[in-house]
Design a protein around this ligand. Structure first.
Ligand SMILES: [Mg+2]
Length: 187
Protein backbone atom coordinates (compact mmCIF):
# COMPACT_ATOMS: atom_id res chain seq x y z
CA UNK A 1 0.00 0.00 0.00
CA UNK A 2 1.37 3.37 -0.94
CA UNK A 3 -0.95 5.34 1.37
CA UNK A 4 -2.45 3.59 4.34
CA UNK A 5 -5.94 3.62 2.83
CA UNK A 6 -4.85 2.43 -0.62
CA UNK A 7 -4.72 -1.32 -1.14
CA UNK A 8 -4.58 -3.90 -3.90
CA UNK A 9 -7.88 -5.59 -4.65
CA UNK A 10 -7.99 -8.73 -6.75
CA UNK A 11 -11.13 -8.41 -8.86
CA UNK A 12 -13.43 -11.41 -8.78
CA UNK A 13 -16.60 -9.88 -10.23
CA UNK A 14 -16.67 -6.98 -12.66
CA UNK A 15 -19.27 -4.26 -12.21
CA UNK A 16 -22.52 -5.13 -14.00
CA UNK A 17 -22.05 -8.90 -13.76
CA UNK A 18 -24.66 -11.31 -12.46
CA UNK A 19 -22.11 -14.11 -12.33
CA UNK A 20 -20.59 -14.66 -8.90
CA UNK A 21 -16.98 -15.59 -9.61
CA UNK A 22 -14.54 -16.41 -6.82
CA UNK A 23 -10.80 -16.93 -6.80
CA UNK A 24 -10.17 -20.49 -5.61
CA UNK A 25 -7.83 -20.29 -2.62
CA UNK A 26 -6.02 -23.53 -3.52
CA UNK A 27 -5.54 -23.27 -7.27
CA UNK A 28 -5.86 -19.54 -7.88
CA UNK A 29 -8.35 -20.33 -10.64
CA UNK A 30 -11.46 -18.22 -11.10
CA UNK A 31 -14.49 -20.35 -10.37
CA UNK A 32 -18.12 -19.61 -11.15
CA UNK A 33 -19.70 -20.06 -7.72
CA UNK A 34 -23.20 -19.36 -9.00
CA UNK A 35 -25.28 -17.09 -11.19
CA UNK A 36 -27.24 -14.70 -8.98
CA UNK A 37 -30.73 -16.10 -8.54
CA UNK A 38 -32.53 -12.85 -9.27
CA UNK A 39 -32.24 -10.12 -11.86
CA UNK A 40 -29.49 -8.42 -9.85
CA UNK A 41 -26.04 -7.28 -10.85
CA UNK A 42 -22.99 -6.08 -8.95
CA UNK A 43 -23.16 -2.26 -8.69
CA UNK A 44 -19.39 -1.94 -8.38
CA UNK A 45 -16.20 -3.85 -8.94
CA UNK A 46 -16.09 -6.66 -6.37
CA UNK A 47 -13.11 -8.59 -5.12
CA UNK A 48 -10.86 -9.38 -2.20
CA UNK A 49 -7.61 -8.54 -0.44
CA UNK A 50 -5.01 -11.29 -0.54
CA UNK A 51 -3.54 -12.62 2.72
CA UNK A 52 -6.53 -11.62 4.82
CA UNK A 53 -9.14 -13.74 6.61
CA UNK A 54 -12.63 -12.59 7.55
CA UNK A 55 -15.05 -14.35 9.90
CA UNK A 56 -16.74 -16.15 6.98
CA UNK A 57 -13.53 -18.09 6.29
CA UNK A 58 -12.76 -16.13 3.13
CA UNK A 59 -10.46 -13.21 2.36
CA UNK A 60 -11.77 -9.73 3.19
CA UNK A 61 -14.24 -8.50 0.55
CA UNK A 62 -14.05 -5.17 -1.23
CA UNK A 63 -16.57 -3.34 -3.38
CA UNK A 64 -15.30 -0.37 -5.34
CA UNK A 65 -16.87 2.26 -7.50
CA UNK A 66 -15.44 2.28 -11.02
CA UNK A 67 -16.29 3.79 -14.38
CA UNK A 68 -15.48 0.86 -16.66
CA UNK A 69 -15.54 -2.76 -15.53
CA UNK A 70 -12.25 -4.69 -15.58
CA UNK A 71 -12.00 -8.50 -15.53
CA UNK A 72 -11.77 -11.27 -12.94
CA UNK A 73 -8.18 -11.69 -11.77
CA UNK A 74 -7.12 -8.11 -12.39
CA UNK A 75 -5.25 -6.34 -9.58
CA UNK A 76 -6.63 -2.86 -8.95
CA UNK A 77 -5.42 -0.15 -6.62
CA UNK A 78 -8.45 0.87 -4.51
CA UNK A 79 -8.65 3.89 -2.23
CA UNK A 80 -10.72 2.79 0.75
CA UNK A 81 -13.32 5.26 2.05
CA UNK A 82 -15.24 3.15 4.56
CA UNK A 83 -16.98 -0.17 4.97
CA UNK A 84 -20.36 -1.86 4.85
CA UNK A 85 -21.02 -3.79 8.03
CA UNK A 86 -22.72 -6.84 6.65
CA UNK A 87 -23.87 -9.98 8.43
CA UNK A 88 -24.34 -12.90 6.04
CA UNK A 89 -26.15 -15.97 7.36
CA UNK A 90 -25.16 -14.98 10.91
CA UNK A 91 -21.45 -14.50 10.14
CA UNK A 92 -19.69 -11.14 10.15
CA UNK A 93 -18.89 -10.44 6.49
CA UNK A 94 -17.77 -6.82 6.26
CA UNK A 95 -17.13 -5.30 2.85
CA UNK A 96 -14.51 -2.60 2.47
CA UNK A 97 -15.78 0.17 0.22
CA UNK A 98 -13.74 2.44 -2.00
CA UNK A 99 -12.99 3.85 -5.42
CA UNK A 100 -10.44 3.05 -8.13
CA UNK A 101 -7.35 5.01 -7.10
CA UNK A 102 -6.23 5.37 -10.72
CA UNK A 103 -9.51 6.67 -12.15
CA UNK A 104 -9.35 10.49 -12.23
CA UNK A 105 -13.15 10.65 -12.15
CA UNK A 106 -12.95 9.70 -8.47
CA UNK A 107 -9.98 11.86 -7.54
CA UNK A 108 -12.08 14.10 -5.27
CA UNK A 109 -13.46 11.14 -3.28
CA UNK A 110 -11.50 10.96 -0.04
CA UNK A 111 -14.13 9.98 2.50
CA UNK A 112 -17.56 8.34 2.66
CA UNK A 113 -19.35 11.71 2.69
CA UNK A 114 -17.87 12.55 -0.74
CA UNK A 115 -19.87 9.74 -2.34
CA UNK A 116 -23.33 10.65 -3.67
CA UNK A 117 -25.88 9.24 -1.24
CA UNK A 118 -27.76 7.47 -4.01
CA UNK A 119 -24.70 5.41 -5.01
CA UNK A 120 -24.33 4.27 -1.42
CA UNK A 121 -28.05 3.48 -1.20
CA UNK A 122 -27.80 1.44 -4.40
CA UNK A 123 -24.91 -0.64 -3.10
CA UNK A 124 -26.60 -1.20 0.26
CA UNK A 125 -29.81 -2.22 -1.49
CA UNK A 126 -27.93 -4.64 -3.73
CA UNK A 127 -26.45 -6.53 -0.78
CA UNK A 128 -29.80 -6.59 1.04
CA UNK A 129 -31.52 -8.06 -2.02
CA UNK A 130 -29.01 -10.23 -3.84
CA UNK A 131 -29.75 -13.40 -1.87
CA UNK A 132 -33.50 -12.86 -1.51
CA UNK A 133 -34.45 -15.61 -3.99
CA UNK A 134 -32.08 -18.01 -2.21
CA UNK A 135 -34.14 -17.36 0.94
CA UNK A 136 -30.96 -16.35 2.75
CA UNK A 137 -30.84 -13.55 5.27
CA UNK A 138 -28.46 -10.64 4.93
CA UNK A 139 -28.30 -7.85 7.50
CA UNK A 140 -26.47 -4.56 7.26
CA UNK A 141 -25.49 -2.75 10.44
CA UNK A 142 -24.77 0.52 8.67
CA UNK A 143 -21.57 1.88 7.18
CA UNK A 144 -18.21 2.03 8.88
CA UNK A 145 -15.90 5.04 8.78
CA UNK A 146 -12.51 4.98 7.07
CA UNK A 147 -10.88 4.40 10.46
CA UNK A 148 -13.11 1.40 11.13
CA UNK A 149 -12.37 0.05 7.66
CA UNK A 150 -8.60 0.29 8.21
CA UNK A 151 -9.00 -1.39 11.59
CA UNK A 152 -10.97 -4.19 9.92
CA UNK A 153 -8.23 -4.61 7.31
CA UNK A 154 -5.54 -4.94 9.99
CA UNK A 155 -7.59 -7.43 11.98
CA UNK A 156 -8.17 -9.58 8.88
CA UNK A 157 -4.43 -9.51 8.08
CA UNK A 158 -3.55 -10.58 11.61
CA UNK A 159 -6.19 -13.31 11.56
CA UNK A 160 -4.78 -14.63 8.29
CA UNK A 161 -1.29 -14.75 9.76
CA UNK A 162 -2.63 -16.63 12.78
CA UNK A 163 -4.55 -19.23 10.75
CA UNK A 164 -2.42 -19.44 7.61
CA UNK A 165 -0.94 -22.86 8.37
CA UNK A 166 -4.28 -24.38 9.28
CA UNK A 167 -5.91 -22.94 6.17
CA UNK A 168 -3.18 -24.46 4.04
CA UNK A 169 -3.79 -27.76 5.81
CA UNK A 170 -7.41 -27.61 4.59
CA UNK A 171 -8.97 -26.86 7.99
CA UNK A 172 -11.16 -23.95 6.87
CA UNK A 173 -14.46 -25.65 7.77
CA UNK A 174 -13.07 -26.82 11.10
CA UNK A 175 -11.94 -23.29 11.95
CA UNK A 176 -15.40 -21.94 11.08
CA UNK A 177 -17.03 -24.58 13.29
CA UNK A 178 -14.74 -23.63 16.20
CA UNK A 179 -15.61 -19.94 15.83
CA UNK A 180 -19.30 -20.77 15.72
CA UNK A 181 -19.05 -22.90 18.84
CA UNK A 182 -17.21 -20.14 20.69
CA UNK A 183 -19.68 -17.57 19.36
CA UNK A 184 -16.96 -15.37 17.87
CA UNK A 185 -17.31 -13.62 14.52
CA UNK A 186 -21.08 -14.05 14.62
CA UNK A 187 -23.50 -11.21 13.96
MG1 LIG B 1 -16.82 -12.59 2.60
Amino acid sequence: MSKNNVLDMIVEIPKGSSNKYEVDAKTGRIILDRVLYGANFYPGEYGMVENTLDWDGDPLDVISLCTYPTMPGVQVSVRILGSIKMIDAGEIDTKLFGVFNDDPRFSSYEKLEDVPQHLRDEIENFFLQYKALQKKSVKINGWGTLEEAIEELHECKERFAEYKDRLEAGERDLILAEWKEKGIGQG
